[in-house]
Design a protein around this ligand. Sequence first.
Ligand code: MLT
Length: 310
Amino acid sequence: MAFTVLVSDQIPKRSVDMLRAAPDVEVIEKVGLTEEQLLPLVAGIDAWVVRSATKVTRRLLEAAPRLRWVGRAGAGLDTIDVAAAKERGVEVMNVPGANSIAVAELAFGLLLSLFRRLPEADASLRRGEWLKSKLMGRELRGKTIGIVGMGKIGRAVAQRAAAFEMRCLAHDPLVPADAVRGAGAEPVGLDELLSQSDVVTLHLPATADTKNLLDAKRIAAMKPGAVLVNAARGGLVDESALLEALRSGHLAGAALDVFAAEPTGANPLLTLPNVVASPHIGASTREAQEACGDEIARMILERMAAAATA
Ligand code: MLT
């Protein structure tokens, strides 16, 4: 039995090679295609490996009659029409956890950049200025961090917050209070977390229930002078309300890796001096990409081997 696997986003070469090395597996590796360009390609595939750029839409799934497995080399499934896949009997796989350290480390990278004004420091130095006396920052030690979402990434953030000697609050209705305590955080309701935290950091998936979780009302309920870190999904935050809160000074700053629309184009948040930003690179470390790519390749090979002998 022969299988065709489409890899339509960039994953490490060694993960693609793992797929290629399997007997009776043909791999088509084509990245950066539009939906129109993908339509004829998906017609003959059995498995499909994606990262973030490819949107696995109902239209594409309907054009793929042989498709049995979609593997997302990442945690979030918001780029895949999971309901449409389920209707068609297509199994959707992801690798939650494989990039959690990368995302947790970036959250702290962004937070430290914001607190120590590193982008400003770097840019001014390159302009030939020496702003040593102006670039006053703040320390993390003693601040309260509120983690919204205590999955693998949230827990990795809590661990790192402890190393920075921060007080750690967490909110996650899906995680038992004991498990939150075990991860070094104090379980609290969302309102309490927002009103007490100097730093609010989001680590939960984008779903219909979490869309605009931080809306104007919740942003207004955040502690004055707090900062927001978002390395999860842009859709969790009402960006107009965030913009207003940053302009008014209610929030001191925001550190953002993700945006409601990506690529961002002319997002007004990017014009503010109290915003530090990066282009959705939370999972973009060599270690995380290798872990995600290898794991998803392994899962697909396992499914194909089982199907071949069934
Ligand atoms: C994830 O869902 O794990 C990340 O968004 C993955 C990525 O950026 O590729």
